[in-house]
Design a protein around this ligand. Structure first.
Ligand code: CP3
Length: 352
């Protein structure tokens, strides 16, 4: 019989940082790293039918998740899916119009909200779990796999308005006028997001990210009620069953409220946008949790010395502490691939 030494599990630099251990070269990945700036994504996308067909085909979703890993060797892969799969599993109609973004049937009266299902149909999300298992099986053990969901506030903004809007006015107005009905949407999203995130952990995700893209549009009182508190409940609910789960929050635009967000929610890391103020982040956020971010995606499109300067600034601001290099929001489709390579080369040459 062949004798084999049992191998110690590979160290994942991304997970090390989330566990409080700074890495000499910061691990790096990009929000929206699988997507339209990649020719191999556009090619598969063209044959896949609708965007949700792509998300719910485990073979394709796994392939698209791995595309940016093969090309750039990022330190983390994020499962290819969308935050709006939860409304879909709750039985709401969700479509993605090419060039226009998501379209849902608006949930904008207390009467409609009274009919909202309380439990999602998780068999609809089984393909996401299967895609995670497939990616896990293929992924280099040093690379982390990230599962995710939208924060209840951000998902609710799309459910109420039925689409993205410049200022999320419909959801903000609805939350003021019908707080009880709006609370029901938030509560349903909290409970189902906990279950969805736990399912992603069981399927092989190493860490979780909660995307609150529209957190920063709320006044402080509403920010605490609709962004911080539901996120705190999700973190608590996930940890009740998975005590060691590592969770990153992304309350985009939260600015000076980031210390409060971190203190109250209990996240292990926070993703920051490019407008964040470095000394506030270092002194009142990074001193407690890992920081991820925050290159301006437009600097990545611009390239050249503007990109070099932006990368150097991010490293100078945050790489002395527990830090994951990322963008301040998703990469945009017109971004040249050569600029992503330039950015990564500079991050990996960092000597700190
Ligand atoms: O990061 C990744 O590579 C993983 C995949 C991922 C997608 N969406 C794929 C996607 C993730 C993590 C998301 C999160 C998401 N989805 C958020 C939060 C993060 C953020 O970017 O603010 C939000 C608000 C959504 C909702 C959503 N999905 C919108 C508003 C749109 C349209 C805008 C656009 O970029 O087209 C989508 C569609 C979408 N989700 C695409 C991708 C790759 C583009 C659709 C396509 O390729 O046809």
């Amino acid at each position: 019989m062949e004798f084999r030494l049992s191998q110690s599990p590979a160290v994942k630099p991304f997970m090390e940082v989330l566990s409080g251990r700074r890495q000499p070269v910061p691990p790096a990945w990009m929000m929206r790293q699988a997507g339209r700036y990649l020719p191999e994504y556009r090619e598969l996308r063209a044959t896949a039918g609708s965007f949700l067909d792509l998300c719910f085909n485990p073979e394709w979703a796994a392939e698209v998740t791995l595309q940016p890993i093969r090309r750039f060797g990022f330190d983390a892969a994020i499962i290819f899916s969308d935050i709006l799969v939860i409304p879909h599993a709750l039985g709401r109609s969700v479509r993605f119009e090419v060039g226009e973004g998501p379209r849902l049937e608006p949930l904008d009266t207390p009467e409609k909200i009274a009919t909202l299902a309380t439990a999602a149909n998780f068999t609809k999300l089984e393909p996401v779990y299967e895609a995670l298992r497939r990616v896990r099986a293929e992924l280099d053990p040093k690379i982390a796999l990230i599962g995710f969901c939208g924060a209840p506030w951000t998902v609710a903004t799309y459910m109420v308005a039925g689409q993205g809007t410049p200022d999320q006015g419909p959801a903000r107005m609805f939350a003021y006028r019908e707080p009880d009905a709006f609370t029901k949407i938030i509560d349903v999203l909290v409970e189902n997001s906990i279950e969805y995130l736990l399912g992603q952990l069981s399927a092989g995700a190493d860490a979780l990210q909660i995307f609150d893209t529209w957190a920063g549009i709320l006044p402080p009182r509403e920010f605490q009620r609709w962004s911080v508190e539901p996120t705190r409940r999700i973190v608590e609910g996930v940890r009740a069953k998975a005590p060691h789960a590592k969770i990153i929050g992304f309350p985009r635009g939260a600015g000076a409220q980031l210390p409060l967000y971190v203190g109250r929610t209990g996240v292990d890391g926070v993703s920051i946008d490019w407008a964040a103020e470095p000394s506030l982040i270092r002194e009142r956020v990074q001193s407690h949790v890992a920081v991820q971010g925050n290159l301006d995606p437009l600097a990545l499109i611009a390239g050249g010395t503007a990109l070099d300067r932006a990368v150097d600034d991010a490293l100078a601001n945050y790489a002395d502490g527990r830090y994951i290099f990322n963008l301040g929001h998703g990469i945009q489709p017109e971004t040249p691939i050569a600029h992503v390579e330039q950015m990564l080369k500079r991050v990996r040459e960092y000597k700190g």
